[in-house]
Design a binder for this molecule. Structure first.
Ligand code: SF4
Length: 64
């Protein structure tokens, strides 16, 4: 599973960081979230799905 954040949609609410701090960081300068790694580590898929569902802007995309 791969994870990406659309910087145009992201509004910096940081719910993704709260839901999955092991998967997301924050670019303070650009004021949007970033995946810490493009590929979701094995076993972290449910956490990634929870984080994507928590994003109010639907800025997180998960692909298999
Ligand atoms: S929850 Fe969504 S809008 Fe908020 S920082 Fe994360 S990706 Fe951006």
């Amino acid at each position: 599973m791969r994870i990406s954040v659309d910087p145009d949609r992201c509004q910096g609410h940081a719910q993704c960081l709260s839901a999955a701090p092991e998967l997301f960081g924050f670019d303070d300068e650009a004021e949007h979230a970033l995946p810490l790694q493009e590929k979701v580590p094995a076993g972290q898929e449910p956490v990634a799905r929870r984080a994507a569902a928590a994003c109010p802007e639907r800025a997180i995309t998960l692909t298999d």
